[in-house]
Design a binder for this molecule. Structure first.
Ligand code: ZN
Length: 468
């Protein structure tokens, strides 16, 4: 009987288990705030994401950190208890929060028990509306950001930045191509007025999306209209045009990282093509294919690298796809040869159909398990906001299925049309060079000693004769 009941329960709960993540309850509040609600698997918890449509890319190089500065300032406190008081209130509700400023947006990330969801949302609303920002808070936030960026921005660091020293290869290439600022923006110059202006013009209801996933309160829609519905909206600010490639970059460069060692990193970077069908999934599949191809070549066949990988990044209006490999210093030329042969082969013969089919199937399978749980699902909606329309997120599985071998092949040829950019990150000296230097130094000391001894023995007898 018990077992029968269990089976009944299981069958009854099946529809709830099969969650269609692309369907959500989405609507605009009268003030223009985009709401996205989704009942998640875990009923006793909610994941909240408030995405504000302002990021680092909305400002020129000298003002770039401004949205990041405001993001920090908004945690300064809503009353005389200050920053600590605000944190205490969230803690007593069992919640945790954080915020992130990226090139495209500023996002407040909250995890909280479902039973306190309205109280936590009250606190988030208070943070947006009532945070008092004064000169003292401004100075503190500047210090925190300075620390996050690795300490005070010294004249030496600024000079090094201008010479492209000490940046990851993709950052270095991006700034060489004119896609990225050469140096950090100067926090010291940023004023309270600038921060207030940003807050008034960008932190507007019609420039925000509120995503809530998990055990949703039944009265949540009415609550949101009563609370978040009161946030003011403004005429939207024009978003800044993103940087395009304006400069030529060298095809190959060695970048110095550290002083001594034999481990080097090879990066082969390509500018991603803009595809006619605009399908990002095509490039995604291509990067996974290349990831497999370099693993196969550099690790399995030639044993040159243990963790080769492919990475896609965007800078300004362009995407960079990089093939990365850790190597021993003496293997650089061999690895470069192997990769050149791989690219030539791909240019000539295109993708291998069986490998492509296998990688595509694996990517589709991955889509089905990679957004399990409220937190992952909320993050997924955050990342896919551009693909949202009328209560529906574009289904990545369907898009992946649509990518044909022919399309992927065409994209590959477009990607490999140019030779790409090779960047080798290596320490100033390898051990062999160090031993060579030490040997040279010892030889010099020895030679100097010999010369001195000879001079000494030449001068002594003459001195001795005079004495006599
Ligand atoms: Zn920060």
């Amino acid at each position: 009987m018990r077992r029968l009941m269990f089976v009944c329960l299981l069958i009854c709960s099946l529809p709830a288990l099969a969650l269609d993540r692309s369907r959500v309850e989405g609507y605009l509040l009268p003030n223009g705030l985009q709401v996205i609600l989704k009942s998640g698997y875990e009923r006793d918890h909610v994941s909240i994401r408030l995405v504000v449509g302002v990021g680092l890319d909305d400002f020129d190089c000298d003002q770039r950190e401004l949205p990041h500065l405001l993001e920090h300032l908004l945690f300064s406190g809503i009353d005389e208890t200050g920053e600590g008081g605000l944190e205490e209130r969230l803690q007593s509700l069992g919640g945790e929060w954080n915020a992130f400023t990226s090139s495209a947006d500023t996002t407040f990330v909250i995890e909280a028990p479902a039973r306190n969801q309205r109280k936590v949302l009250d606190l988030l609303l208070a943070l947006l509306r009532d945070t008092r920002i004064d000169a003292k808070a401004l100075a503190t936030a500047k210090k925190i950001i300075e620390r996050e960026d690795g300490g005070h921005y010294s004249h030496l660091q600024r000079w090094l930045d201008r010479q492209d020293v000490g940046h990851p290869a993709s950052d270095q290439l991006a700034s060489e191509l004119g896609l990225k600022c050469k140096e950090r923006s100067d926090l010291d110059d940023m004023t309270l007025e600038q921060v207030q202006h940003l807050r008034e013009h960008w932190y507007a209801a019609n420039n925000m999306s509120l995503i809530i996933v998990g055990g949703l309160d039944r009265v949540l829609p009415a609550y949101l209209e009563r609370t978040f519905g009161t946030l003011p909206s403004t005429e939207p600010e024009e978003r800044r045009t993103l940087e395009s490639i304006t400069q030529q970059a060298e095809q190959r460069r060695d970048l110095t990282r550290g002083w001594l060692g034999d481990s080097v990193k090879l990066h082969w970077l390509f500018i991603e093509p803009v595809l006619d069908n605009g399908n990002d999934q095509t490039l995604e599949l291509l990067s996974r294919y290349l990831d497999w191809a370099i693993y196969d070549q550099l690790r399995l066949r030639h044993g040159l690298s243990y963790g080769p990988s492919v990475l896609r990044e965007s800078f300004g209006d362009s995407g960079l796809l990089s093939l990365n490999a850790d190597l021993e210093r003496q293997d650089i030329d061999t690895a470069v040869n192997v990769l050149e042969q791989l690219f030539d082969h791909l240019r000539k013969h295109g993708l291998d159909p069986d490998t492509f089919a296998r990688i595509k199937d694996a990517a589709i399978a991955r889509e089905n398990w990679s957004t399990q749980g409220n937190t992952a699902l909320a993050d997924y909606y955050w990342g896919a906001l551009n693909d949202y329309e009328d209560g529906h997120f574009a289904d990545p599985v369907g898009k992946l299925r649509q990518v044909s071998l022919k399309e992927a092949d065409a994209a590959l040829r477009e990607l490999l049309k140019e030779p790409g950019y090779l960047r080798i990150e290596k320490p100033l000296l390898g051990y062999d060079e160090l031993y060579g230097l030490v040997a040279l130094l010892l030889a010099l000391i020895f030679a100097a000693g010999l010369i001195r001894r000879r001079r000494h023995s030449e001068s002594r007898p003459s001195g001795a004769t005079r004495e006599r």
